[in-house]
Design a protein around this ligand. Sequence first.
Ligand SMILES: [Zn+2]
Length: 174
Amino acid sequence: MRQSEPLSDEDLRIIADQLGRAPRGLVAVAWRSPCGCPGVIATEPRLPGGSPFPTFYYLTDPRAVVGCSRLEADGVMASMTARLGQDEELAAAHRRAHESYLADRRAHGEVPELEGISAGGMPRRVKCLHALLAHALAAGPGVNPLGDETLELLGPFWDEPCPRHGAPAGEAAS
Ligand SMILES: [Zn+2]
């Protein structure tokens, strides 16, 4: 994660709204949209209570969540997975993204049950664009190639009105 900012009470309220429940095992906001809202959260690999939690980077921005679901419904995951079988360079970069994901999570605790398990279908497949995009946003460009590609397909989702702040700054509300 590139940045790990202190969590405010407002962050916690927004995240609870986004998730529809109080967040558990929250480590940090791993990415914020330009309006300041949390968009990706990082979660302890072991939740309070003891359950292992593999999805270290979790996408919470509702605009991005909807966008990823739309891409998934359009069959993007199947074509990405097919390309992993044909493009050795892409497959290698996808495996490196997996290793990077594990290293980020390991920095917050060793959980033997999660050994070798990352998220989103890594290292060999694509099973969840939300997970890949969350990683790409948190890590920055060049770390998770298919997450970067998901972002490119979505475009600047943060330009859509934010549920918390309304239209982006500079645009008059209609
Ligand atoms: Zn906002």
